[in-house]
Design a protein around this ligand. Sequence first.
Ligand code: FUL
Length: 502
Amino acid sequence: MQKTKQILNIFVNLHIIYLSSYLSMKSPKTLILLSFALLFSCSKVLPPTPYGACPTPQQVAWQQMEINMFCHFGPNTFSDVEWGNGTEAEDLFNPTSLDCRQWASVAKQAGMCGIIITAKHHDGFCLWPNPHSTHTVAQSSWRDGQGDVLRELSEACNAAGIKMGVYISPWDRNAPTYGTPSYNETFRLTLEDALSRYGNIFEQWFDGANGEGPNGKKQTYDWTLFNATVARLQPLALIFSDIGPGCRWVGNESGSAGETCWSTLNTEGFYPGAGSPSVDTLNRGNIHGSHWIPAETDVSIRTGWFHHENEHPKTVEELLNIYYTSVGRNSLLLLNVPPDRRGLIAAEDSLRLIEFRKALDKIFSVDLAQKASIVASNTRGGKRCRTYKTANLTDGNYNTYWTTDDSVTSPTLTMTFKEAVTFNRILLQEYIPLGQRVAAFSIEYQSTDGSWHPLATATTIGYKRILLTPTVTTNAIRIHIEEAFACPVINRVGLFLDTITE
Ligand code: FUL
């Protein structure tokens, strides 16, 4: 029926073009060109409708950042602990040669798109002169109380063309009112101050911690007030917490999103911290979840979050594996790189990051899928429809995609190569503005005798999925989308050879 309608449309359109061309005395050449354009266009075939909870444009742009830097920096850097108790003298914070331009330059060279700084960790110390606290850089003798780390970082990020985000811990072991209702107002003023001084903030990071440890005072956090404050002052910022609303904690600090990872989550009745869903749910998300709240994987390049002299960065292989289990599993990687007591990223960390970037570039700069001819079992609007063609899968443009007719939810894509290719990493991306639709898929390869062999099976794709397979050499592979809740909308297929972690 749809086909008949299409053919009818083409004829009607052709007729109109011929007529108008004749009337405007166009040349026969133009006429022929126009006819061809019409024959191969499918402007009447509407794109698929979005499925389920879908991301905002900010969430899509955030996910496209892929890797950001986390910087834990504060009194703990100087006292060599992970959690200060809030009684530390302000003078303890005394970086000898702070240079945020160096942080930004390292982040940029490592291909990261933003830096999130611990503007206030659990000890309550503020890295900016917060007038609503007496425990800040202004009370320290560092730069005679005139220093402001957030200002320097925002200027450095602007200059480097990367974005800045802030971690502002609601848990505060210094604030005298912590544990009483009035603390929520103090925290609102603190948020207001930090979020209105330094230009655009791309992410507000809320830790769910609440009076942990011996004799810890507990606070009933006013999350509605906190989130509304961020939304009012930084409407484009994504709010991170265990349950979003912008993005969610991945449920562990080891760098691993679930093999099944939905960007959707049910939040009804849950709160950040002790009231959040199980870590397993955070790790995997909820199938058909009510809200689009993608997973963010926060992990440190070293053992601790703050810099400790006796700790050292992870190896390139470890970092690559973290990349595969975070970005490669539909999650954003927030990699912590802690500045040292000088206020600089140590050489061993920056060198490791550059090696990590080089390794990523080495693996992902040669996409063997570029050489494939790709045939789909179904293409939306028919094979002639150029809008949703399989060539969109390898054109490097996130906004073009291959998709099927609405009725087709388990299509196949067969990729053939004139010369055999050797690979061990398969990359797939869904066009997430239309939602996360694929629930199961499998991949086979063809051996020289023409027979097909299973290579991998997986569940979710989402923004990006990278499958690790044994190294195979083949002239053809077949991707079978086995289950999708609506016609699959795939914008990229890639094939790569990793000789570093294979
Ligand atoms: C945790 C905190 O308690 C750690 O100190 C660190 O900041 C980590 C990123 O989040 O919940």
